[in-house]
Every structure is written in structure tokens, then in C-alpha cells.
Design a protein around this ligand. Structure first.
Ligand SMILES: [Zn+2]
Length: 235
């Protein structure tokens, strides 16, 4: 399994990183780093999904971006080796190729191509954060839930993934009972199926139709920037 961002680099740039990469697994709910911490690792997911969370209080936080095998985590929160501005939590378990921030910094300094690839990725991430902020403020919860499930589905590489009602409520910043009600609406239309601790996407096309325009807008930005776009297997 590949990280799409590394795969998009040319041979010389991939060789700068590959000798220094070590695979690390992450479990669902694992915190890769917290807001305020100095981040000394760069994570290139091979599978799974990591959410960047803005923490308002210990029991109140909201997701501002989701990153999977199309991107990287750890240098996206500010200048190299700065303290993280958000909390990174694994949303769907998986693994990542990791290297130290210093190694990545050195590789970037040597390679204009890698700097361009990173700036395109951070631009698409910034667009995702902006779109998510607008979506959270303006769109109906059923549309937001559909948009968020599509984002995970594209990165999960499976139609069924581990997710509890509590996970969903936490990500969308709403009460569990509300999520349960809205989830039942999508299930009633046969777009998804839910079980204890998992969600399965049944009708991808209809789920796209049920989502707000934010999902398509984000795909459009990624296409325009020419960054790798993850896609669900049957999408
Ligand atoms: Zn939206």
C-alpha cells in the first residue's frame, strides 16, 4: 500500500525519504500529537484516517480536516518544528510511514519539487479547513453527515469501517442522540447501514446526492491543485 503524496514525487525525491521511513501502526482513537506539542515526526498514512481537531475544551472539540493516504501529518500545522495548533487523532485505524521532522526538513531544503508538492498539499488542506468551517456553520446535519462519511469512505479503502455513534457525534460536534436520529434517516433511505461500532456505505452515488455541496467543492479544489485524490474502491 502506498502513500499517494510520496508516490506523486519523482524518483530522486522518493529516494531522499524512503531510507528514513519506518512503518508505525495507529489504532482508532490514538492521539498522534496534541495541540501545543512540539511535533517531531512526519506521518505519511498508508491506510486509515487521521482527523485534525480544534480543541475548545477537553470534552468539546470539532474536526476541521481529515487526512488519509493522500497526504501527510505533522508539518501541516505551521512552520517546521513549530508547536501543533490542533490535535491529531486516528479516526480509522491504519498505519503510516514515518520519518523525523528534521529529515523531512532537510529533504525539503534540497528539493524544489518536494517544496512544491508540500505547498500544494497545504493549500488543499487549508481549503478543506475553510470549507469545513463554513459547512459546520451553515449546512444541515444530515448533509454534513453524508459529506463526512464520503470523506472517510474515500480514505478507508473499504465500504465498512469502524465508527461508533460517539465518534460521529464527537467529530460533528453534536449530541449522540441527534446523530442517531440523522443516521437513521440515511439508513432509512438505504444509503448506509449501521451496526454496533461500524458504518457501511451501501449506495455511494445516492450518498453523494445527499451531501451538501462542500464534498464536491473540495474534490474540485484538489483537482484544480493537481494533488492526489483518494477515492473509495467502488466510487
Ligand atoms: Zn457543507
Amino acid at each position: 500500500m502506498d502513500n499517494l503524496w510520496i508516490a506523486s514525487l519523482d524518483d530522486a525525491d522518493r529516494k531522499r525519504l524512503e531510507p528514513h521511513l519506518a512503518e508505525r501502526a495507529f489504532t482508532q482513537g490514538q492521539m498522534l500529537y496534541d495541540a501545543g506539542e512540539a511535533v517531531d515526526q512526519v506521518w505519511f498514512p498508508l491506510s486509515g484516517v487521521v482527523s485534525l481537531m480544534t480543541v475548545l475544551a477537553e470534552d468539546r472539540m470539532v474536526e476541521t480536516a481529515a487526512i488519509g493516504r493522500e497526504g501527510l501529518i505533522g508539518v501541516t500545522c505551521g512552520p517546521m518544528n513549530a508547536r501543533a495548533s490542533s490535535r491529531a487523532i486516528a479516526q480509522i485505524e491504519g498505519s503510516a510511514a514515518c520519518c523525523s521532522a528534521d529529515i523531512f526538513s532537510d529533504a525539503l531544503a534540497e528539493s524544489p519539487g518536494m517544496r512544491t508538492a508540500l505547498s500544494k498539499f497545504t493549500e488543499s488542506l487549508f481549503a478543506q479547513v475553510q470549507q469545513t468551517a463554513a459547512c459546520n456553520a451553515q449546512h444541515r446535519l444530515d448533509e454534513r453527515l453524508a459529506r463526512w462519511l464520503l470523506t472517510l469512505h474515500d480514505r478507508a479503502q473499504s465500504n465498512r469501517f469502524h465508527l461508533t455513534q460517539a465518534d460521529i457525534a464527537g467529530m460533528l460536534g453534536v449530541r449522540r442522540a441527534t446523530v442517531s436520529e440523522v443516521g437513521a434517516g440515511l439508513e432509512g433511505k438505504h444509503l448506509i447501514r449501521r451496526g454496533r461500532g461500524w458504518v457501511e456505505v451501501l449506495d455511494r452515488t445516492a450518498l453523494e446526492e445527499a451531501a451538501c455541496g462542500c464534498y464536491a467543492a473540495m474534490r474540485g479544489v484538489m483537482k484544480d491543485l493537481g494533488v492526489p485524490r483518494p477515492r473509495a474502491p467502488n466510487a
